[in-house]
Write a protein that binds this ligand. Structure first.
Ligand SMILES: [Zn+2]
Length: 209
């Protein structure tokens, strides 16, 4: 039983990540949990910076493990900042219109990676007319150790921590850069704060109660 959706309805979740693997690292546990609980989960990857075929295949494998549908917004290799903000917001508007989400998950404005911050701005802008809950995550906690935010809301991911780690591992080309052990350690530490075995921390940008 989750407190986000009515169990009968299942709920629709739309998650925006700047690059392949950001969502898995930042929100993979909660996305997997919501999918298991019956939500329709859509993971949107905004840009693929390099090796498009390989990175797409890895992202698809990770989304399958999570139980989500994957959308890659920009096919040609690029950075998020290569897309003008008005174009980014227009594409996010389309995603929001198609999905009609109950919950949106996006990057934190406190994320020190420039592309991640742009995705936060575009998400907030695209939700200007949509009533839905909005949570934000820090995708690379160890790189964001200087950020001011660790979140105010903790999601119990005790049942999906292994799925989260498997989904991160699906990005095999990135595994040398991704510290799987620190992802598990961080979830354990967030769990110690919140009273769960494993947890993910989120900033609450909008919640309807
Ligand atoms: Zn990223």
């Amino acid at each position: 039983m989750n407190r986000i959706f009515d169990e009968e309805k299942g709920g629709r979740v739309l998650a925006f990540g700047a690059h392949p693997d950001d969502l898995e690292v930042g929100a993979g546990g909660l996305l997997a949990r919501l999918a298991r609980e019956g939500a329709m989960v859509t993971m949107v990857v905004v840009s693929v910076p390099n090796q498009p075929d390989l990175r797409r295949a890895e992202a698809e494998a990770a989304a399958r493990l999570i139980g989500a549908r994957l959308v890659i917004l920009e096919d040609r290799p690029c950075r998020v900042e290569d897309l003008p903000m008005h174009e980014l917001v227009r594409r996010f508007d389309h995603m929001v219109g198609d999905c009609r989400p109950d919950l949106v998950i996006t990057h934190s404005a406190h994320d020190l990676h420039w592309d991640h911050g742009l995705v936060n701005r575009a998400t907030v802008s695209a939700l200007r007319r949509s009533p839905c809950d909005l949570l934000a995550f820090l995708s690379s906690p160890e790189m964001n150790a200087q950020s001011r935010s660790i979140g105010q809301c903790f999601a119990d991911i005790s049942t999906t921590i292994d799925t989260k780690i498997a989904a991160i591992s699906a990005h095999a080309s990135q595994v040398p850069k991704l510290d799987l052990e620190s992802s598990r350690d961080l979830a354990r530490a967030m769990g110690r704060i919140s009273g769960y075995a494993y947890a993910e921390a989120y900033e609450v940008l909008r919640v309807r109660i």
